[in-house]
Design a protein around this ligand. Structure first.
Ligand code: ATP
Ligand code: MG
Length: 295
């Protein structure tokens, strides 16, 4: 059983203009998980994530981190933020230094590491995000996707135990999206916890261990991806669609191309593997079983 990192208890947040962005959110987050937060625009995803490293304070309710209630004095916040790194939805809110390398170095320099250690972490983070090529460029001249990768590199370089990423792949082309997700997988395998928000149901379905679906400041459902996406009514309410891998698989089960006890594939590759296996079985099946979809 993995230890619990966050206990979120009846958390509500009301912004200064009276908008209620979170309503009685209760949730636990365990160590070492890959968690994706889904939900329509304005559902409260960013607001919830900003509470996890103390940028926003609850209006009501409480957050406990590793069993202790989060405190908002300077020292406590510094200690929390060493362990919990956040990549903002908008990279312009994150980047402020004159050049890319200065920006990525800022976090690790403030952790009291040696110069060599800072350089090692910064170079590693730049390699992972493929930002080395423009390390001396002013951050304000970068494209949106480049800024996003620099913002991710800045948090990677701090090597926090828990990484929170608010829509990390938004604005990235499919090559860099895959690269970033690979890096996140890699660091999660080393024991880190990753919590990200996304509008990409296919990415969430394939990548996450657990999904949290939000709507109007509340959690609509929480659980493993296949179970969550079974709940048609709730996912429609959160403006989501079924991942295409799941929908295709279910159609093939309904058409009796796969047996009803076939396990759900997580990815395109797993689905294609199952189709190949099924089609090789058809070769020795009676002709009425040779269904055109697999020709
Ligand atoms: N600083 C703010 N002041 C007032 N209202 C705010 C503020 N920030 C967010 N809100 C409101 O809080 C609600 C939740 O916003 P939030 O940004 O958390 O949603 P989200 O789920 O991240 O949406 P998106 O998918 O568009 O990023 C929205 O109604 C939004 O208008
Ligand atoms: Mg958001």
């Amino acid at each position: 059983m993995q230890p619990i990192l966050f206990n979120i208890d009846q958390l509500s947040h009301c912004y200064a203009d009276g908008t209620i962005a979170l309503r009685n959110v209760t949730l636990t987050i365990k160590q070492g998980k890959k968690i994706a937060l889904l939900g329509n625009n304005g559902a409260g995803k960013s607001t919830l994530l900003l509470h996890l490293n103390g940028i926003l304070r609850p209006t009501n309710g409480a957050i406990r981190f590793k069993g202790k209630e989060v405190a908002y004095d300077r020292k406590s916040l510094l200690s929390l933020r060493k362990q919990v790194g956040i990549v903002f939805q908008d990279p312009d809110s994150q980047l402020f230094s004159a050049s890319v390398i200065q920006d990525i170095s800022f976090g690790p320099q403030n952790l009291g590491l040696s110069k060599e250690e800072v350089l090692r972490k910064v170079e590693w983070a730049m390699e992972q995000t493929e930002t080395t090529r423009f390390k001396d460029k002013p951050t304000h001249f970068l494209s949106l996707g480049q800024k996003k990768r620099v913002a991710i590199a800045g948090v990677l370089a701090m090597d926090p135990d828990i990484m929170i990423l608010d829509e990390p792949t938004a604005g990235l082309d499919s090559y860099y999206s895959k690269q970033i997700m690979k890096v996140l997988d890699h660091i999660q395998k080393q024991g880190k916890t990753i919590i990200l928000s996304t509008h990409d149901v296919n990415l969430a379905f394939e990548w996450a261990d657990e999904l949290i679906v939000m709507n109007d400041g509340e959690i609509l459902c929480y659980g493993d991806p296949a179970t969550v996406f079974e709940q048609d009514k709730l996912i429609r309410k959160a403006h989501l669609e079924k991942p295409w891998v799941m929908e295709t698989f279910q159609t093939l089960v309904q058409a009796k191309i796969f047996p009803s006890n076939e396990s759900m594939p997580k990815s395109k590759e797993e689905l294609f593997e199952k189709i190949k296996d099924a089609s090789s079985n058809f070769k020795i099946s009676p002709s009425y079983m040779q269904i055109p979809i697999l020709n």
